[in-house]
Write a protein that binds this ligand. Sequence first.
Ligand code: 13P
Length: 241
Amino acid sequence: MRRRIVAGNWKMNGTVADLATVAEISAAAKTAACEVVLCLPATLIRPARNLVGMELGGQDCHARAAGAHTGDISAQMLRNAGAGWVILGHSERRRDHGESDAQVAAKVQAAWEAGLTVILCIGETEAQYRAGETLDVLAAQVAGSLPEGATPANTVIAYEPVWAIGTGLTPAPEEVTRTHAFIRARLSDPALSILYGGSVGPANAALLRALPDVDGALVGGASLASKTFLPIINALEIAHA
Ligand code: 13P
């Protein structure tokens, strides 16, 4: 049985006022039949850790443990703040910060060394999708940004088509199935969980649940409020029979 996970990515959203939402999500996570992870802005990890017992994560880390890297945060720091997880290689980091596959791979290694579980994001842009390059892009990202040593305990893959993020657009279910199966075939350990991300909401979560190679979801906007995130957890928590 592969791990079933619903993870929320709060991106650059949330202040201490939103800890009430974290508490609501944590209460629901206790009885969920899947793992529930909230990847918070770094500023909220320690206050959230002091409040709740649920799994928490960061959204990026530096490849080095410490040093002269103004504004960056290390995997050890995330761990020290109370995180057990970290999202790496998100398309917004690849785009906004020019992160290459090699840089992402170095971050993955650093996160593993700090004892964090990595949610490694891969996905094609709209132009690549239109050009029919999706599978080539994914093969290159898996080969380039996932170092040797990934296990189901330390790594989860998130397939996030860039054109589906925050747009309300999603690939057809059969496209998601085909893409996830392709990714699984490229993994050195096919037992890794593969999450789908990109405009996941209460309305389409049940559809995702039925797809055989989808082991959960990475949720952006809809994870910011319990009234949209909790129905997604409910829809996805039980594995497809
Ligand atoms: P949305 O769910 O807001 O489309 O974001 C997806 C995402 O980027 C999660 O990492």
